[in-house]
Design a protein around this ligand. Structure first.
Ligand code: GDP
Ligand code: MG
Length: 339
């Protein structure tokens, strides 16, 4: 791939490594280099952004070899506990596991969804695992870009499985779905879909519905729920990748059903690769990323242009006072970008 940004070479300071130096360390599995790379990716500073872009560009040939798994479900369903059990199980299978999060609502005061490191204590101490808390609040688009780039960097650093956690409310699932190979939804037994706030659309996106907390007195209820979900899945429209979504139970706390979950992901990967869907899905995701980025870049240019912003404020008042029709005002506002 060609290096198309001529500004790449401008970044250089005495004490900082160049993107090339950083990548070299990162590819050798240097965790500090990976952390630094991720910090660059998350940074809003222009010079960091530039270096991040170069780093991503250099990392691309080393990326793509992991299995990317999205994990969602309402708060309290057991995502973090599951990731602790699943992540440690995977490292026992000689896998290197990276955990990332998508959480546009998080901010420094409230802490991110991966802030609860106590639930992932063993994993956070595991030398074959890498946990990166969610970047601080931003637009979903911004967080999505950072997460996509973080996936690439983790892959270049040799991680085999990337787990991406998101909260099961709102838009962020669609975003996670658009960047993973396999998407799983954690559910609770007997709580009812409405109670769990899980929209049908999210259930339809899942490759696996995993009924968690199937332990103790709850085991039977969990099995019953799983059977119900299985029946409900038949009513869903078929996927265009020939994969029939599965339903399983697990106990993240007792660490049961975790192995089965990994076996299912392997089955999925094999099937999708054999049929050619694995690659075509990723290619489609790349196209989507490209298209989304254009909208984002235009918006960011619009926000950065002083001239456009002055005009925007003027138009805003005119729209408010009924002096100009909203669509015409938008056309006028945007036209400033192309002058
Ligand atoms: N009984 C039981 N409790 C669980 C299980 N998984 C998680 N929990 C508990 O459910 C609560 C929420 O778990 P957490 O992992 O933080 O959920 P998250 O908000 O989805 O990340 C905690 O008190 C966990 O100990 C499970 O498999 N069985
Ligand atoms: Mg959590």
């Amino acid at each position: 791939m060609q290096n198309i940004n001529p500004n790449f070479k401008k970044y250089k300071s005495a004490e900082e490594p160049t993107a090339k130096e950083l990548l070299k360390e990162l590819v050798q599995g240097n965790r500090a280099a990976l952390s630094k790379g991720l910090t660059l990716v998350e940074s809003k500073k222009a010079e960091h952004r530039l270096m991040a872009e170069e780093l991503i560009h250099l990392a691309l040939p080393h990326s793509g070899k992991s299995v990317r798994v999205g994990i969602t479900g309402v708060p309290g369903v057991g995502k973090s506990t599951f990731i602790e059990a699943f992540g440690n199980y995977l490292t026992e299978q000689e896998k290197k596991v990276a955990v990332l999060a998508i959480d546009p609502s998080s901010n420094k005061n409230r802490g991110s969804i991966l802030g609860d490191k106590t639930r992932m204590y063993a994993l956070s101490q595991n030398k074959n695992a890498f946990i990166r808390p969610s970047p601080s609040a931003g637009s979903l688009g911004g967080v999505a870009r950072k997460t996509r780039e973080s996936i690439l960097l983790c892959e270049a650093a040799g991680f085999d499985v990337i787990l991406i956690e998101t909260v099961g409310v709102g838009q962020s699932e669609t975003t996670v779905k658009s960047m993973v190979d396999f998407f799983m939804l954690l559910m609770l037994a007997g709580a009812g879909d409405e109670l769990q706030g899980i929209k049908r659309g999210i259930m339809e996106m899942a490759d696996l519905l995993l009924v968690n907390k199937a332990d103790g007195d709850n085991t039977r209820k969990a099995k019953l729920s799983a059977a119900e979900y299985k029946r409900a899945l038949h009513l869903f429209p078929p996927n265009n990748n020939d994969w029939i979504p599965r339903v399983q139970t697990c106990s993240a706390l007792a660490k049961t059903g975790v192995k089965e979950c990994w076996e299912l992901i392997n089955e999925f990967e094999n099937q999708q690769k054999t049929k050619g869907y694995f690659e075509s899905t990723r290619n489609q995701q790349a196209i989507n990323w490209f298209e989304e980025s254009i909208g984002e870049l235009l918006l960011s240019q619009f926000k950065q242009s002083k001239k456009a912003q002055t005009n925007f404020q003027l138009l805003r008042t005119q729209v408010q006072n009924g002096k100009i029709e909203p669509y015409a005002a938008a056309q006028n506002a945007v036209s400033f970008l192309f002058e």
